[in-house]
Design a protein around this ligand. Sequence first.
Ligand code: DX5
Ligand code: ZN
Length: 217
Amino acid sequence: MNRLSPSILAADFWRLGEQIEQARQGGAQYLHFDVMDGLFVPSISFGMPVLESIRKKTDLVLDVHLMIEKPERYIETFAQAGADIINFHLEATEHPEEVIKMIRDAGKKAAITIKPATKASEVAPYLKLVDMILVMTVEPGFGGQKLIPSCLDKVAEIRSMANEAGLTLDIEVDGGITLENVHQATEAGANVIVAGSAVFKGDVKANVEAFQKKWAK
Ligand code: DX5
Ligand code: ZN
């Protein structure tokens, strides 16, 4: 079953609670939370206090994407702040297995994320250890960019590696996903879809509904 994970990076922060509620009413089950540290990526976004406030008010699955150096420093903090899924970048740590263990020990779902230049084969050793792989379809750091089509080949590669190993792995895509190109991502084998601008620009509820319709037929 495909799921939409609206990225609040594209929300209007003055109306954040209202827009999250509209996304939920439209049928979203996940909410994507982009954490940027100004080091791993050039920009800075938001962190634990914002996550805590959202956690208190919603039962949506909070899908936290850590774009931070040495994520091992913050796994426990984000787990306590209310994350359900913690995505960390393979490029950001020298100890991916330990980070996965920290996430699991905190009782959360673990996901490895890869940038456009990182090969699909790099995640092969970890497929059995994680719940999800997040394949970036843009260079991480900013919302509103254009999807890099070659990244979808990596989705297909990871899906076939998982199938061969008999694993029911979630594969998430993030960056530049629109109503027009989302079918390319799902056809490649992605089943968790992040969308920021395509959800939060305009009528949030209607945008979420339009995504759900894409895979209802
Ligand atoms: C980029 C973030 C994405 C971004 C997606 O670094 O990881 O989650 O918010 O936004 P759109 O859908 O606008 O590309
Ligand atoms: Zn993201």
